[in-house]
Design a protein around this ligand. Structure first.
Ligand code: NAD
Length: 290
């Protein structure tokens, strides 16, 4: 396929490289002027979109996505698919899909989980919103960039799935960290704490696969000085998107709200910025109840 790829950052760069490696003809554009092996660099978004069967965007947020879509949609050929893999707000995803549809284009919102390692290794999971026809066109590309693509329904549902998942993740990570800090103060060893919770009803991905305490459980960012991994500020971004969506949908999400407030404090007032989101444990270790 002929593919336009816009946003060649930490995630987009390796995703574009994997598509080129698989034999697709990829034209790439990034405002930062990034060069990717096997990808033809072009000067503008519309230049990347021209003649493409699929245009993929991997951008920081919804307002940038909307601005890029405004310039790229008019340059796309009818029947082509605009495939946004960024994590953005549900409203922006739905607005861009509407705009694409009006221009006789297919549109999918397909945020990912799996991080930078998944992008490089082609093992991402895609959560996809949009119609069946567009999904079928993009499916071979999902198979190259990832290991799984779940079709979640209509436009915006991919973003909805992503922010609900990450709201659970933010809440369970905080719960896991505060439980470790409490266990420390009660004199329980980290090993005992992990062995019990990871095989009892408190188990979760945060405990079992991404343990925030160094030296126990599988290797995780905690064993690497809390270098991200998944940065605390990206978790904050996703939690804020979940609360924005909850607000718009009149959904009661008190745990999500509290997790958002804690990550905001951690990133903005404490030393969370640039650390993995599991470094929340250090925060609880330092504090008492006061
Ligand atoms: P990044 O900041 O490394 O990459 C974004 C790229 O977009 C940058 O290279 C930037 O120069 C480029 N860009 C910005 N505005 C542009 C424009 N108008 N036109 C063209 N290019 C533009 O971020 P990332 O880590 O690659 O994340 C991308 C998206 O994926 C985000 O929405 C993020 O939330 C999501 N995501 C990231 C991870 C992760 O672990 N990094 C995991 C899952 C999802």
């Amino acid at each position: 396929m002929k593919i336009g790829f816009i946003g060649l950052g930490n995630m987009g760069g390796p995703m574009a490289a994997n598509l080129a490696k698989a034999g697709h003809e990829v034209s790439g554009f990034d405002v930062a002027g990034v060069e990717i092996d096997g990808v033809t660099s072009v000067e503008t978004g519309p230049a990347a979109a021209e003649g493409a069967d699929v245009v993929i965007t991997m951008l920081p947020n919804g307002s940038i996505l909307r601005a890029v879509a405004d310039t790229v949609i008019p340059a796309m050929k009818p029947g082509a698919v605009l495939l946004d893999c960024s994590t953005v707000d549900v409203d922006s995803a739905r607005a861009v899909a509407q705009q694409a549809k009006a221009a006789n284009l297919g549109a999918l919102d397909a945020p990912v989980s799996g991080g930078i390692g998944g992008a490089a290794g082609g093992t991402l999971t895609f959560m996809v919103g949009g119609n069946d026809e567009a999904f079928a066109i993009a499916k071979p590309l999902f198979d190259i960039m990832g290991q799984k693509a779940v079709h979640c329904g209509e436009a915006g549902n991919g973003q909805a799935a992503k922010i609900c998942n990450n709201m659970v993740l933010g809440v369970t990570m905080i719960a896991t960290c505060e439980a470790f800090a409490l266990a420390d103060k009660l004199g329980l060893s980290r090993e005992a704490m992990f062995d019990v919770v990871s095989t009892s009803s408190g188990y979760s991905w945060s405990m079992n696969a991404y343990c925030p305490a160094p030296g126990v459980g599988p290797t995780s960012p905690a064993d690497n000085g809390y270098l991200p991994g998944f940065a605390a500020e990206l978790m904050l971004k996703d939690l804020r998107l979940s609360q924005q969506a909850a607000e718009a949908a009149d959904a009661d999400t008190p745990m999500g709200e509290e997790a958002t407030a804690l990550y905001a404090r951690f990133v903005e007032d404490e030393d969370g910025l640039g650390q993995d989101f599991s470094a929340m444990l250090l925060r609880f270790e330092k504090r008492g109840r006061g």
